[in-house]
Each structure stands twice: as structure tokens, then as C-alpha cells.
Write a protein of this length. Structure first.
Length: 135
């Protein structure tokens, strides 16, 4: 879980610094959320790049609102403006509220959805594990 949280935090930071959405960012998001379906290969510039095991397809989350919506955790309420401001609210289900700014609406929604996923993962990791029932 720690590796997943670290990968999500790094992905959020990468998206916050992005000047535009891209296929490379979309592949990184897909590989971060579904690592068992991706491998990392070296490109010609020797930079590690995610490659899907079966097909090179990754949803265009950073370039399409329709795809970015798929990142929003279930039962969260969200909104995004045309100027790239987004918020997501999970308080109704006992989770947190987050906001984000992106250079495009799709990037903003991707960032805020990943922030919510990171918070959910962190909360789940900090919950005490229930003890096995005694017999």
C-alpha cells in the first residue's frame, strides 16, 4: 500500500506541473492505478515509459472530461469549471473534500480525483485491522 500511495502522490505532483494533457500522462495514470496491467520500458531517450501488456490503450483522462470522470471514486460529488478549477466531495460517505487547479478542466478533474483516491487509500491504510475472532 505504501508503494501505491507514493505512486499516486507522485502522479498528482506530475499532473499539477503539466502544461497540457498528453498520451504519456494518460499512460502514467493508467499504470499507476492498474500496475498489474503495465510494464515500464525504456524509450529511445532512456526514460522509463509505461507500456500496457496487452494493448497500448489508456483512457485520455488528461485530455477528455468524459475519460477524467472515470477517475472519480464512486459516490463522490464533483464539479469542474471551464477555467480548470475542480472540486470533489466525499463527505456524504465519510470521506474528505478536495480541490485542484489544472490548465484544462480534464487535468483539474484528474488531479482532484487522484487526490480523493490517495486520501481514501491513506485512510484505509491507517485503519486498525480487526482482530481475528477468538474461538
Amino acid at each position: 500500500r505504501v508503494a501505491a500511495m507514493t505512486a499516486l502522490a507522485a502522479m498528482i505532483e506530475r499532473l499539477e506541473k503539466a502544461s497540457e494533457g498528453s498520451d504519456a500522462l494518460d499512460r502514467w495514470i493508467a499504470a499507476t492505478l492498474n500496475p498489474e496491467q503495465w510494464i515500464f520500458a525504456l524509450d529511445s531517450d532512456q526514460a522509463p515509459t509505461p507500456r500496457r501488456l496487452s494493448t497500448p490503450f489508456a483512457p485520455k483522462c488528461t485530455r477528455s472530461l468524459d475519460a477524467a470522470v472515470m477517475l472519480v471514486p464512486e459516490d463522490y460529488i464533483w464539479d469542474v469549471t471551464s477555467t480548470g478549477l475542480a472540486w470533489i466531495d466525499g463527505r456524504k460517505i465519510g470521506c474528505q473534500w478536495h480541490n485542484a487547479k489544472g490548465v484544462t478542466p480534464a487535468l483539474a478533474l484528474s488531479i482532484v480525483a487522484l487526490k480523493a483516491r490517495l486520501a481514501d487509500t491513506t485512510a484505509a491504510a491507517s485503519r486498525p485491522r480487526s482482530a481475528a475472532p477468538s474461538l
